[in-house]
Design a protein around this ligand. Structure first.
Ligand SMILES: [Zn+2]
Ligand SMILES: [Zn+2]
Length: 460
């Protein structure tokens, strides 16, 4: 039994690992590489392995850095099963269609600029075909991935539908259990349940995004959010929140809703300016079975994503009208790392106004506009124009959907406590410096840990 690490190896994006068991090859995730444009474009164009060699795909969750290259497999002839949870499947239906649209638009743009034909990575028909191949499953129900490999999804508590995958692998009379963590969430995140630690394992592929630091608490984050809103509103400014359309947007809405109910923030116009966020909010409403019923508002409020002065703006004219509106307001728009999407218009308009606040509530990868804003660089480049950064920049890490160091430790400690024979742990999905630090701390605590390089192969 072997694993080849392709993506999210010594980096955060492009999650993709190959599992070789019993003569079969299974892809764990097939995500998009993000970050530096030219570099990631090259990586995104490389197939992880020849298509005929792939026997099945097991998807951990719908985030594009995990699912975004599935239609690219289809564009290259893949026609076998893609396993996912039911909510992941529904999220992928809207997210992959959106991604296909972006691929097509990007290619058109390059054609105009370079005056030569550029093939999009994939198109809408490939996203549609992906959905025909994707099977949505409940949590905790074993399924046969390929002969000799039985999978079970457990709730990873990261975003709607997110899962860690238990893979029971049999070759001859030997069975070993591999656990793929997917992205591990946090306890106490709004709406969705807390992460479930998988049972005993022989080997683990584990994410390590925040392996070197702790987040502020979820409660601390709410208080911080209320404070930022009150102060910015008092200055007459706007609160611009770049947010991933899936997960973070709904979490922000839930927080705003609950703060309003408590009277902790003034009632301001709130715009969700993202067609994708509107669609993914609908998918949330379709999956109440995944909600955390121990949360007060989940139990008591029927419409979690509706409150006074909340407006979902789908069409472009409505979106433009927001810039003309006056007075304090909250604008939530994608993309989360400010690399694309309507947030760019709001930043082009609002970043130079010192009354405004750019409120960062998500991870900002290297080489993104979001990272430059977190670093408070004085001049930003938006749509090719120089825009001075004079708005306040606030960072709330408590809204991270990723486990922090303490929560990662809790997760792996529980696996270890249940595992008499826990063998290797491979850290993935983290920046190299963070991974090295986390590897050292786990090693010091008696774990056998490595950080595989891209295209390296290990056996277990
Ligand atoms: Zn994720
Ligand atoms: Zn991820």
């Amino acid at each position: 039994m072997e694993i080849t690490f392709i993506g999210a190896a010594r980096e955060v994006t492009g999650s993709c690992h190959l599992l070789h068991v019993n003569g079969y090859t299974i892809l764990l995730d097939c995500g998009m590489f993000q970050g530096k444009r030219s570099e990631s474009a090259e990586k995104n164009k490389a197939l992880p392995v020849p298509i005929p060699d792939i026997d099945a795909v097991v998807l951990s969750h719908a985030h594009i850095d995990h699912s975004g290259r599935l239609p690219f497999l289809i564009a290259n002839g893949y026609s076998k099963t893609i396993w996912a949870t039911a909510a992941t499947r529904d999220l992928c239906a809207v997210m992959l269609a959106d991604s296909a649209h972006i691929q097509e638009k990007d290619a058109e743009f390059l054609v105009r600029r370079k005056k030569e034909f550029v093939e999009p990575l994939y198109g809408m028909r490939h996203a549609v075909r992906t959905m025909e191949l994707m099977v949505g499953l409940p949590y905790n129900k074993p399924f046969d991935v390929v002969p000799g490999v039985r999978g079970t999804y457990v709730d990873a508590g990261h975003i709607l539908g997110s899962a860690s995958v238990i893979l029971d692998c049999t070759e001859g009379d030997i069975t070993k259990r591999l656990v793929f963590s997917g992205d591990i969430g946090r306890s106490g995140l709004a709406i969705i349940r807390d992460p479930v630690s998988p049972p005993d394992a022989d080997a683990v592929i584990m994410e390590s995004t925040y392996g070197n630091r702790d987040h502020e608490s979820v409660d601390g984050a709410r208080a911080h959010l209320a404070d930022v809103i009150r102060k910015t509103a008092a200055r007459g400014g706007r609160i611009l929140i770049p947010a991933f359309a899936v997960g973070r947007t709904q979490e922000m809405l839930y927080s705003l809703h609950s703060l309003l109910r408590e009277g902790a923030i003034p009632s301001l116009p709130v715009y969700v300016d993202s067609p994708l966020a509107i669609d993914t909010t609908t998918v949330f409403q379709m999956h109440p079975e995944t909600f955390d019923q121990s949360e007060d508002m989940v139990k008591r409020v029927k419409e979690l994503f509706e409150f006074p002065l909340l407006k979902f703006t789908r069409d472009v004219e409505e979106s433009k009208a927001i810039n003309a509106a006056r007075g304090p307001m909250i604008v939530i728009a994608a993309s989360g790392m400010m690399e694309a999407g309507r947030i760019l218009h709001h930043l082009a308009n609002g970043a130079s106004d010192p009354r405004n606040t750019i409120l960062i509530v998500g991870f900002q990868a290297e080489h993104t506009l979001g990272r430059r804003i977190v670093e408070r660089q004085p001049m930003l480049k938006i749509f090719g124009d120089e825009v001075p950064l004079r708005a306040q920049v606030e960072v709330i890490n408590g809204y991270s959907a990723h486990a922090d160091r303490t929560e990662l430790n809790t997760w792996i400690d529980k696996v270890k406590a249940a595992s008499p024979r826990l063998g290797p742990i491979w850290l993935v999905h983290g920046e190299p410096e963070v991974q090295d630090e986390y590897m050292a701390s786990l090693t010091a605590r008696g774990y056998s840990v490595t950080c595989p390089e891209p295209h390296s192969r290990v056996s277990f």
